[in-house]
Ligand binder design. Structure first.
Ligand SMILES: [Zn+2]
Ligand SMILES: [Zn+2]
Length: 246
């Protein structure tokens, strides 16, 4: 099995034990286009059980204990939980979206230096399902880079007063993909690039998603990003962009 498959089985064991194993197996097969039996999954679970420190076993040195050591840590368990939650909910794109919409991505933002790749066309992600946690991480870096580049200010230059994050000394803004990621299929190059991510205050972000008159906001963001998007191999007219928000 591939690492991402094992990671999900680890999630099942760690968060749910052997509960609802049939359901998990169905989802698992659906995602990875496999036809594993519940027994196969249970076999992997028994392997994780055998490296679970809670079971007082002698430390082993195999793939399973390596994954356990790597992922069951204070820093990563949260990330893992989110991945698993989205897996159960039904889509792998979900962790990326969830991150965009709600998570302050605090861990990433605490880094002092954000490495940016600049505006160049990036290969379009072929299949989020097979990239799993890697796609998720990559998105975090893109988001962190974009927020840092905007100096943690709202790019709509509004009058909303920003507050400082609880766990770092930077102001809180949210990342928004100007061309929503769900339209990736319509573009040759990746939409998950910094040029396509804008930093917005919570108010402007909400307005863009739920407001009645978003035209002035969208127009401003479009003119801010149009050239940069072009450099990334992404061309779109304002009219087309507006349609995507309808
Ligand atoms: Zn958004
Ligand atoms: Zn704003």
């Amino acid at each position: 099995m591939r690492e991402i498959e094992l990671i999900l089985i680890l999630c099942q064991y760690y968060f749910d034990g052997e509960k609802s194993i049939e359901k998990f197996t169905d989802k698992f097969n659906q995602y990875f286009k496999k036809d594993a039996s519940a027994q196969t999954i249970l076999f992997s679970i028994s392997k994780f059980k055998s490296v679970d420190p809670a079971n007082n076993v002698a430390v082993k040195d195999d793939e399973y204990s390596r994954l356990w050591r790597e992922y069951i840590t204070n820093e990563k368990v949260g990330e893992l939980k989110e991945l698993y939650r989205c897996f159960k909910k039904g889509t792998y794109v979900a962790p990326v979206k969830a991150l965009e919409e709600t998570s302050p991505a605090q861990k990433v933002l605490k880094r002092t230096k954000v490495v940016s790749v600049g505006d160049v066309p990036q290969a379009r992600p072929k299949d989020y399902a097979t990239k799993g946690i890697e796609a998720y991480r990559r998105n975090r870096d893109v988001v962190a880079g974009a927020l840092a580049a905007a100096e943690y200010k709202c790019e709509l230059d509004c009058t909303t007063e920003l507050f400082v994050r609880k766990s770092s000394d930077i102001t809180y803004t949210e990342a928004h993909h100007l061309i929503p990621l769900c339209f990736q299929d319509e573009f040759v190059h990746s939409l998950d690039v910094e040029a396509n991510v804008v930093s917005l205050c919570p108010n402007c972000h909400c307005k863009l998603h739920y407001g009645a008159d978003i035209e002035p906001l969208l127009r401003t963001l479009y003119s801010l990003r149009r050239e940069r998007l072009k450099k990334c191999g992404i061309e779109i007219s304002y009219e087309k962009l507006l349609l995507l928000y309808r």
